[in-house]
Design a protein around this ligand. Structure first.
Ligand code: BGC
Length: 275
């Protein structure tokens, strides 16, 4: 390990540029703010909510680092290319990619339309592929390891507990997340030699717009809590702090794995009393 690298709690991502997809709200926003707190310059990708994206950018700039908002649909190749071009032109390069953009289009299996199946696969799986491919190209082109880091680049996929837990009524989403797991591992195996570190985070239930109906009333929240041994629904900062650590050199030996951040959701909570 390089002796001069900063491993203290503050500024762990100094001199590094991170691109976060779907960063205008929810988990992406939480990660963007957490990484800016550690000194990273941030590219805030968004698709719909331009106003919120600019609010995130303003908040990040207020922390004394650089930030830009870039509109792109991650499932469209040309838009992804242009987003990376713009990010590299404006901020110099990219050192960290957080593949966070994701959607749900839930339906019972027998009613799921091909369009809803395809859209979720396009955004959650193909979008992650397209962005990771551009990031790998940029990391390989740049080659050199930035000051304050051991790697040429890092990729973090925001997966889900549903890369493992089957989810009735959400077959498209679970299939995309399951696919993400082996894409991440295959990529990790492939690019280790290029000093590119690749991992996933699998959040459980985190309070964001995507699952609002599951926590916004006390009744719904109580139902959800039956699935969470730790006894609270997650907050975006729970993912932000792990993402910072996973992007920092403190986790330099973690490669090709999924960190589950779910308050114990994957512990089969029904078996606490059943079975
Ligand atoms: C989903 C959320 C859900 C959580 C736990 C996430 O991947 O997007 O809607 O609350 O998994 O089931």
């Amino acid at each position: 390990m390089a002796a001069d690298t900063n491993l203290t709690a503050v500024g762990r991502l100094k001199n590094q540029v991170v691109l976060i997809t779907g960063a205008s709200s929810g988990i992406g926003r939480g990660i963007a703010l957490a990484m800016a707190d550690e000194g990273a310059d941030v590219v805030v990708n968004f698709i719909g909510d331009e106003k919120s994206a600019h609010e995130v950018v303003d908040e990040i700039r207020g922390k004394g680092v650089r930030a830009i908002a870039v509109k792109a649909d991650v499932s469209i190749e040309d838009q992804v290319r242009k987003m990376f071009d713009e990010a590299c032109r404006e901020l110099g390069t990219i050192h960290i990619l957080v593949n966070n953009a994701g959607i749900q289009k839930d339906a019972p299996f027998h009613e799921m339309t091909l369009a809803d199946w395809q859209k979720v696969i396009d955004v959650n799986l193909t979008g992650a592929f397209l962005c990771a491919r551009e990031a790998v190209r940029e990391f390989r082109k740049r080659k050199n390891v930035p000051e304050g880091s051991y790697t040429a680049g890092k990729i973090i996929f925001i997966s889900s507990v549903h890369e493992t837990i089957p989810w009735s009524g959400h077959a498209n989403y679970a299939a995309a997340k399951g696919g993400l797991q082996l894409m991440m591992k295959s990529l990790a195996q492939e690019v280790a030699a290029n000093k590119i570190r690749v991992n996933s985070i699998a959040p459980g239930a985190i309070k964001t717009p995507i699952n609002r109906s599951d926590w916004e009333t006390p009744e719904a929240e109580n139902e959800l809590l039956k699935l969470i041994p730790w006894g609270r629904v997650g907050e975006t900062r729970d993912i932000g702090s792990v993402a910072v650590w996973l992007a920092s050199d403190e986790s330099d030996y973690i490669h090709g794995t999924t960190l589950v951040v779910d308050g114990g959701m994957m512990l089969y909570p029904g078996f606490a009393e059943g079975g």
